[in-house]
Design a binder for this molecule. Structure first.
Ligand SMILES: NC(=O)c1ccc[n+]([C@@H]2O[C@H](COP(=O)([O-])OP(=O)(O)OC[C@H]3O[C@@H](n4cnc5c(N)ncnc54)[C@H](O)[C@@H]3O)[C@@H](O)[C@H]2O)c1
Length: 329
C-alpha cells in the first residue's frame, strides 16, 4: 500500500504515547507527517514515554487529557487527520469504575467530535473501537452484521462512541471511520498486567520464568493482530474516502485456542511453562467465549488483510521485551 499521501500532513493522535498510538506515530514520522501526540499518561493505562524514543524530537508531545474540552479544541484545529485512540481499555476496570470509563470512552469522545465540528470540520477521523461491541458471538467468524450486544461496560461505552462518530459523519459531514480491533500485540504493549490483553501478562510471566496462566480449559478461540498490521489498517482507513461512516472489523484468518497460543509461546521460549487455573469470577462474568473476526468487508473496501503470522509477530515481540524489559516491567 502506498502511504506517501501522509507526507507533510498534520496528524493528531489521541493516546499517542500508548501501544498502538506510538507504533502509528513512528510510522507516520517515517512517512514525513507532522505529528502531534496527546496523552494523559494515566499510570494504569498503556502510555509510556519510552514508546516514542525512536522519534524523540521529531513529534510534538502534549501531555493533556482528552476529557479537557479546552485542550481538545486547540489541538484538533488545523489537523488533516485525527487518529482517535485514547481510551480506557480494561474490561474489568470498566466494571469496577464505570464513571471513569464513561468519562473517557463516551463523554470525552463526544467532546472531541464537538471540537472537530466547530473548529475543524474537514478533519478525517479514524476511531479505534473494539470487537467487544458484539458481545458473545452467535457464530464465528463474526462479521459486521452480527448483533451488537456488549457484555461489559467498556463494550457499551465503546459502542456509544462508535455511534457518535457515525452520527457526526452522517449529520455534519465530518469524515469518520471506525475500526473494530481484536487482540492486538507487539512491541510497546503494556505487559505489567492483563489490562490491555492477556497476551501482555503472558509475555511478562514467560520472560520472568513464571508459568503462563490459562483460564479455563484452554479451548477458547481467539484471533490476534500484530501491531504493524493494525497500523496499516489505520493508515488505509484514513486515506480512503470509501468507508466514511462505516465500522470495519480487523482480525485474522489464523485462529488459535488458548492452549495453542501458549504452545506458540513455548515454541519460541522452550523453558516456559503453562498452568491451567479456574476462570476468576470477575472475568468469567464478562467473558465473550470464542471469537474470530470476519475481515471480508475491510479486505473489499480497503484491500487490507493481516499479513503477519502469529508466530513471527510474537518472535519479534519477545525479542523487543528481552531488550527493553526495564522500561515496561
Ligand atoms: N490493544 C488492543 O488489543 C485493543 C483491542 C481493541 C481496541 N483497542 C482500542 O485501541 C485504542 C488504543 O489501545 P492501546 O492498546 O494502544 O491501549 P493503550 O492503553 O496503550 O493506549 C491508550 C492511550 O490512551 C491514553 N489515554 C487514556 N485515557 C486518556 C485521556 N483521558 N486523555 C488522554 N490520553 C488518554 C493512555 O495514556 C494510553 O497511552 C483504545 O481506544 C482501545 O480501546 C485496543
Amino acid at each position: 500500500m502506498d502511504y506517501s499521501s501522509f507526507e507533510g500532513k498534520k496528524v493528531l493522535i489521541t493516546g499517542g504515547l500508548g501501544f498502538i498510538g506510538s507504533n502509528l506515530a513512528i510510522r507516520l514520522v517515517e512517512l514525513g507527517a507532522d505529528v502531534t501526540l496527546v496523552d494523559s499518561l494515566i499510570p494504569t493505562y498503556g502510555g509510556n514515554l519510552w514508546n516514542v524514543e525512536p522519534i524523540e524530537g521529531k513529534v510534538r508531545i502534549n501531555i493533556s487529557d482528552v476529557r479537557d474540552p479546552f485542550s481538545m479544541k486547540y489541538l484538533v484545529a488545523g489537523q488533516d487527520y485525527l487518529f482517535n485512540l485514547a481510551g480506557q481499555t480494561s474490561h474489568v476496570d470498566s466494571m469496577e469504575d464505570p464513571a471513569t470509563d464513561l468519562a473517557i470512552n463516551v463523554q470525552a469522545q463526544l467532546q472531541i467530535l464537538e471540537a472537530c465540528h466547530h473548529y475543524n470540520p474537514i478533519v478525517k477521523i479514524v476511531f479505534a473501537s473494539t470487537r467487544q461491541v458484539y458481545g458473545r458471538p452467535r457464530q464465528i467468524p463474526v462479521n459486521e452484521d452480527h448483533p451488537l450486544s456488549p457484555v461489559d461496560l467498556n463494550g457499551v461505552h465503546k459502542l456509544a462512541a462508535e455511534q457518535y462518530h457515525r452520527l457526526f459523519n452522517n449529520i455534519y459531514g465530518i469524515q469518520a471511520v471506525i475500526l473494530r480491533l481484536t487482540n492486538t500485540y507487539g512491541p510497546r504493549m503494556r505487559v505489567k498486567d492483563a489490562r490491555q490483553t492477556f497476551l501482555g501478562i503472558w509475555i511478562r510471566r514467560l520472560l520472568e520464568g513464571e508459568p503462563i496462566l490459562i483460564y479455563g480449559d484452554g479451548t477458547q478461540l481467539r484471533d490476534y493482530n500484530y501491531v504493524d498490521d493494525v497500523v496499516d489498517a489505520l493508515l488505509s482507513a484514513a486515506q480512503s474516502r470509501d468507508c466514511c461512516g462505516e465500522a470495519l472489523n480487523l482480525g485474522s484468518e489464523e485462529v488459535f485456542s488458548l492452549t495453542e497460543t501458549a504452545k506458540v509461546f513455548l515454541k519460541l521460549h522452550p523453558e516456559g511453562q503453562i498452568k491451567y487455573v479456574p476462570f476468576p469470577k470477575d472475568r468469567l462474568a464478562i467473558d465473550i467465549g470464542d471469537y474470530q473476526g470476519d475481515c471480508s468487508r475491510i479486505q473489499k473496501v480497503l484491500g487490507w488483510s493481516a499479513k503477519t503470522k502469529f508466530e513471527d509477530g510474537m518472535r519479534k515481540t519477545l525479542a523487543y521485551y528481552e531488550q527493553n524489559r526495564e522500561k515496561y516491567w
